[in-house]
Design a protein around this ligand. Structure first.
Ligand code: C2E
Ligand code: CA
Ligand code: CA
Length: 576
């Protein structure tokens, strides 16, 4: 277990000091309890008589009885006075057994000796005793030593209360950074790695299962993760669900062991993500070093296929670029650097244009064209996606309006709706109002939801989908076959169209095995859904998909995404 996982050792003292301050009793005025373990009845009586005006006394006539008393009263005991030589379970054995129990381990022990040999003293110290008193000491000396050992322990406990996170027992953020700095400074030659973790969608977990269950989960996770870390030096909780671990540098593929999901609780479908910053640069402050691990961590958030990322040199470059993207996104949106392209979808039966998908494009004056694959995930992470999506939807409404006004037969246009957008409770109303303000029939706007919504709370998402569907919008499930959806959850959403993932289509064509596609199409068919295949690039793929029973085809085979003017021209061409 980690050196700083302090479940237990100081529990008793923590509880004690907290209670006292609540009641407004100064710690020094409280009567502490002392356990006296001594086989000689006379000695015991003398000791008790000496101490009882200041302490509550619990007596035990040998080590075995002493352990029983501990079991019954450990929460109340502040100190143990222990004789070494006793017939049944001597002081050494008592110390040994006490040390093995986390509940008792932190209780301070003063050895009472008649004369005592140096060897025995050393052995007692090694077994965890704190001090020695000669049985013949005078009353004041004895009391003073008892008081000072208790005081020492209680101050340590108070400090411990401040240092550790009360929920998990790990170091809190400040102390983790402090200790990490101390260790890195002290050990010039040692190499260290930082591992940071977080729980995918912790906020949703909190909402769905409640605070208590989530707290219990975090406690279990803290213990489990600490045990997983090889060469663990320090463990801390930096914020809600973010843990940090300082470990001795590890070679090779050790991080494979982090690829776990359901181990803590088979019922819940959660993932823990990890970011690893290897070979910590000791000239960095601990907070900057952890920041690097967290940056790596963020690159795997919301990715179903991987849960671990490393902060390597190129990550630094990526980070600067990401920073720039985040700094400039708002300006870009306000200054028309974003535009919308339209990729036609063809009806496989008539070969005519049966619709189109709206795809965001960003042309940056210096960076050039920035791929949606890069910016969408950043925007989903920082929440900007909702602003961008609203902009795209409005552009799409404008485009449909323009087509209608030019006398073109309008085709339905699918817009991508990010899972983040579903966090707006009035999403359906806002979309309806927007479309209405352009006087457009709702059936002309298709809502494409990405398959990654399956990681979120489906009931909440479906509530919005039902509203949209009742309002006349058509719902498409994007990227089917990518990995999140399982067949049962498919039945939980209100859908009209299933869109087969581009990768699935490409894979089937590559290995010339259309079995998976066939199964997916049969499933969609049985649910009464129309089927769109995307990423279709060749005539052979299109022909195969037609045989399998696809309804629409989208892909370079027909057309790449087109700017608005080219799209209108395309519509004109194909309506002839
Ligand atoms: P997606 O929704 O699955 O979109 C299909 C992607 O495949 C598009 O990439 C499109 O340009 C590309 N594609 C189309 N046909 C072919 C083909 O035949 N072969 C190949 N290799 N690729 C093809 P794009 O435009 O880079 O978009 C990437 C992803 O970004 C989209 O995947 C979508 O998830 C997201 N995205 C794009 N625009 C928006 C938006 O306005 N809002 C949201 N929320 N997400 C968007
Ligand atoms: Ca899409
Ligand atoms: Ca797609």
């Amino acid at each position: 277990m980690s050196p700083c996982l302090r479940f237990g050792p100081f529990d008793k003292l923590l509880v004690g000091t907290m209670k006292e301050s609540k009641q407004g009793i100064g710690a020094s005025e409280l009567k502490r309890t002392v356990l006296v373990v001594e086989d000689n009845e006379l000695n015991r009586e003398v000791l008790c008589a000496l101490l009882e005006d200041e302490f509550h006394i619990i007596e035990a006539e040998n080590g075995l009885v002493g352990l029983e008393r501990l079991e019954q009263h450990y929460k109340d005991i502040s100190l143990i006075l222990l004789d070494v030589y006793m017939p049944v379970c001597d002081g050494f054995e008592f110390l040994e057994r006490k040390r093995q129990d986390a509940r008792f381990d932190s209780l301070p022990v003063i050895i009472t000796t008649g004369s005592g040999t140096t060897d025995d003293e050393i052995r007692c110290l090694e077994l965890g005793a704190n001090d020695f008193i000669l049985k013949s000491s005078n009353r004041d000396v004895m009391k003073n030593r008892i008081r000072s050992v208790i005081r020492l322990r209680e101050s340590a406990a108070k400090l411990n209360l401040v240092e550790t996170d009360p929920l998990t027992g790990l170091y809190n953020r400040e102390i983790f950074f402090y200790e990490m700095g101390r260790i890195l400074r002290a050990e010039e030659s040692g190499e260290y790695d930082i591992v940071c973790s977080d729980v995918e969608n912790f906020r949703a977990m909190n909402e769905i299962y409640g605070r208590e269950a989530s707290d219990a989960f975090l406690r279990a996770a803290a213990e489990h993760l600490s045990a997983l870390m090889p060469g663990l030096v320090l463990a801390g909780r930096l914020s809600d669900d973010v843990f940090a671990f300082l470990i001795k540098h590890q070679q090779g593929t050790w991080a494979d062991r982090l690829a776990f999901g359901d181990e803590l609780d088979g019922k819940r479908n959660y993932t823990i993500n990890f970011g690893i910053y290897p070979h910590v640069d000791k000239s960095l402050t601990p907070s900057v070093a952890c920041d690097r691990a967290i940056f790596a961590l963020q690159t795997v958030q919301h990715r179903f296929s991987e849960n671990t990322a490393w902060y390597l040199d190129d990550v630094h470059e990526k980070r600067l670029r990401r920073h720039r993207i985040e700094e400039e996104m708002q300006f870009a949106l306000e200054n028309t650097q974003f535009s919308v392209h339209y990729q036609p979808k063809h009806d496989i039966h008539t070969d005519g244009v049966g619709g189109a998908e709206a795809l965001a494009r960003w042309f940056h004056p210096e960076l050039g064209s920035v791929s949606p694959r890069e910016f969408i995930s950043i925007f989903e992470h920082n929440g900007f996606i909702t602003q961008l999506d609203f902009y795209v939807w409005e552009e799409v409404c404008r485009e449909i309006r323009r087509c209608i006004d030019q006398g073109l037969e309008p085709v339905p246009i699918s817009v991508n709706v990010s899972r983040i957008d579903f966090e707006l409770p009035d999403l359906a109303t806002r979309i309806s109002q927007l479309v209405d303000s352009y006087g457009i029939d709702h059936s002309l706007l298709h809502i494409e939801i990405t398959e990654s919504v399956f990681r979120d709370c489906l009931e909440q998402i479906d509530k919005t989908l039902v509203e949209l569907h009742d309002d006349g919008f058509i719902i498409e499930l994007d990227d089917f076959g990518v990995g999140y959806s399982n067949f049962t959850s498919l039945f939980m959403l209100t859908l009209d169209i299933m869109k087969l993932d581009l990768g699935l289509v490409r894979y089937a064509a590559e290995v010339n095995d259309f079995q998976i596609l066939r199964s997916a199409i049969m499933l969609a068919d049985s649910m009464g859904l129309k089927i769109v295949a995307e990423g279709v690039e060749t005539a052979e793929q299109a022909a195969a998909l037609k045989v399998l029973g696809c309804d629409y085809i989208q892909g370079y085979y027909y057309s790449p995404p087109l700017c608005a003017d080219d799209f209108e021209a395309y519509l004109k061409d194909h309506s002839r």
